[in-house]
Design a protein around this ligand. Structure first.
Ligand SMILES: [Zn+2]
Length: 316
């Protein structure tokens, strides 16, 4: 038996966010400066809304409780998560707490967060990856309108993340014929977008990747990457080397193609401040990723992978 969960409604394409029918009295949850989001809201044509614009990266449970208290009794009709992963994650968790429906609108592309049942929230300054069917969007709106102006670095990290998610998701033990279909199509589109300089295809590829890996899982590449993220390396950047080495370890059909994508995006090698042994101790308990890896992974394997990441540039 297998099942797949996707948002009730998906609106995709040019003008998707402009033509979407937003209910009145919605609460828009975002992170950016007012001069940016005011332009977005005008484009979207939303009327009579509330706004909360103080979401920060790696959002904490306290932020969600603040929003809940601030808008309690205001009869908010729905939440509109507008922005990067943090705004969407806050929206997901808040909606689970209150039962108010949510519309998720990514303005950066790569995580596929608008498609998944995952959310990353910090408790006591520790990031926690949560999964709940209640996190699934009631509607996801993906509009390439938001793409221009994305700084190259963010675009590159997002593109790498989406390609890593699609290819790890394809190889995952939890994959099924339908998730493989999404992951395969996602990877083909992302590869075309990156190798042939067609950034307008990235949102679609990232969306498909979100459905694919969101209903299977990412694996060893993502498990390895978190020790680098913990030292401040952006998620997508750390995946460039980590997913490459993981694909080699797993003998993935995506090894060569993923490597070419990373070469095209010109990622630098990674550095790590802690010892390989200490890092492996951090990675080993990450069963959510490691148990779904197509090949069994020992601590010794992790140390070998880390050594390869750090001491023989896997992107050459
Ligand atoms: Zn990822």
């Amino acid at each position: 038996m297998w099942k797949i969960l996707i948002p009730k409604k998906i609106a995709y394409g040019e003008n998707a966010a402009k033509e979407f029918d937003y209910p009145e009295n919605a609460l828009i949850i975002t992170t950016t400066e007012s001069k940016i989001y005011e332009k977005w809201i005008e484009y979207m044509g939303i009327k009579n809304y509330h706004i909360y614009d103080k979401v920060t990266p790696d959002p904490a449970i306290e932020t969600i409780e603040t929003i809940k208290n601030e808008f309690d009794g205001k009869n908010v009709s729905c939440y509109i998560g507008l922005g990067g992963g943090s705004s969407l994650d806050v929206c997901k968790y808040l909606s689970k707490m209150t039962g108010v429906p949510k519309i998720l609108i990514p303005t950066t592309f790569g995580t596929g967060a608008e498609m998944t049942t995952y959310a990353v929230i910090s408790f006591d300054h520790k990031k926690k990856l949560l999964q709940d069917e209640a996190f699934l969007a009631d509607a996801a709106v993906i509009d390439p309108y938001f793409l221009p102006g994305t700084p190259f670095n963010i675009m590159r990290n997002s593109a790498c993340d989406a390609a890593a998610q699609a290819s790890e998701g394809y190889d995952s033990k939890l994959a099924n014929p339908l998730t493989k279909l999404f992951c395969k199509e996602a990877f083909d589109i992302l590869e075309d977008a990156i190798i042939h300089d067609k950034p307008e295809l990235l949102p679609y590829g990232a969306m498909l990747s979100g459905i694919g890996f969101g209903n299977s899982s990412t694996t060893l590449g993502h498990a390895l990457s978190y020790v680098f993220s913990n030292e401040g390396v952006p998620h997508g950047y750390s995946l460039s080397s980590c997913t490459n080495v993981a694909h080699k370890f797993n003998n993935s059909i995506y090894y060569d193609r993923f490597k070419k994508i990373c070469q095209k995006l010109k990622f630098e090698p990674l550095k790590l401040n802690q010892s390989l042994d200490a890092a492996a101790d951090v990675i080993m308990p990450d069963r959510g990723h490691l148990d779904n890896n197509p090949r069994e992974v020992t601590k010794q394997d992790i140390i070998k992978c880390l050594d390869e990441i750090l001491n023989s540039n896997p992107l050459t």
